[in-house]
Design a protein around this ligand. Structure first.
Ligand code: UDP
Length: 252
């Protein structure tokens, strides 16, 4: 079977080079699905909570509506490309191919890319380790549900193994909501850093073509009821393990 996780990921990447992001994510998935169909292999496609866009109807349920901004805002090209990938998955599923979709929610953990991926957890940990200012974007009150990598993997494997998952999309995430400001405080505390928290306008971080998602929370009942998925690792515990790893592996 095929677990298709390869993609252009990370808001910073997408905003810096939308063309590359769109082509990688659409063409790549098209090729994987075409070949899976040809050789008749079961597929799990790694999608994203970005699918829901800036919808304010939280928690996000798998079949709820997607709310996106203008096509002039590059950020939404990622959500759109991954949504087209999901449509392709469902279209192949309608032709009989065994396909399932997982939607990840801010996955983090050991081996998180220090620079390339640009996620908030990696950024804050490396800033804290260098005692540099922690760059909290906007007012810091936007929220995310951070999911420890072991939970993400367990959910992904359940989707790949269970019959009930076929032809379905599942939110795979932790449903505990945390503000970005609180995340910054936790990381400073857990690293024992002298860093100060600073607020950085979105425009300074991503340029003018940017809009953020205010709150992002998964509804995980479907994954729980059909597959027996529950997230097990809470944020403070996951951050401790991630920081332990980063201390050995990040450049200071
Ligand atoms: N963020 C931040 N400082 C950073 C990087 C990200 O405040 O150095 C914020 C970002 O603006 C967003 C949240 O953290 O509100 C999560 O960003 P990330 O790029 O990790 O993932 P997203 O959920 O936006 O895909």
């Amino acid at each position: 079977m095929v677990y298709h996780l390869a993609a252009a990921v990370g808001v910073k990447y997408i905003v810096d080079d939308p063309l590359q992001g769109i082509l990688t994510n659409v063409k790549g998935t098209e090729i994987v699905l075409e070949h899976s169909f040809k050789y008749w292999k079961r597929v799990v496609f790694a999608s994203t909570s970005e699918i829901y866009g800036k919808s304010e109807k939280v928690p996000f349920e798998e079949d709820s509506e997607r709310i996106l901004g203008s096509t002039k805002v590059d950020r939404w090209s990622y959500s759109t490309a991954k949504a087209l990938d999901e449509h392709l998955c469902f279209a192949y599923s309608a032709k009989g191919l065994p396909v399932s979709i997982v939607r990840y929610f801010n996955s983090y953990g050991p081996r998180i890319d220090e620079r390339g991926y640009g996620s908030v957890v990696a950024n804050f940990i490396s800033q804290a380790m260098r005692n540099e200012p922690i760059t909290v974007h906007g007012d810091g009150k936007q929220t995310r549900c951070f999911t420890y990598i072991e939970d993400t993997i367990r959910g992904t494997l359940l989707v790949g193994e269970k019959e009930e998952a076929l032809g379905n999309a599942f939110n795979i995430g932790n449903n505990t909501e945390t503000t970005i400001w609180r995340l910054a405080e936790m990381i400073v505390e857990l690293t024992g850093s002298r860093s100060e928290l600073t607020l950085v306008p979105y425009e300074d971080a991503y340029g003018s073509s940017y809009e953020d998602t205010r709150r992002r929370i998964p509804m995980i009942e479907k994954a729980n009821n059909l597959l027996g998925f529950t997230p097990a690792v809470e944020l403070s515990e996951g951050l401790k393990k991630t920081i332990e790893w980063a201390k050995e592996n990040y450049n200071r």
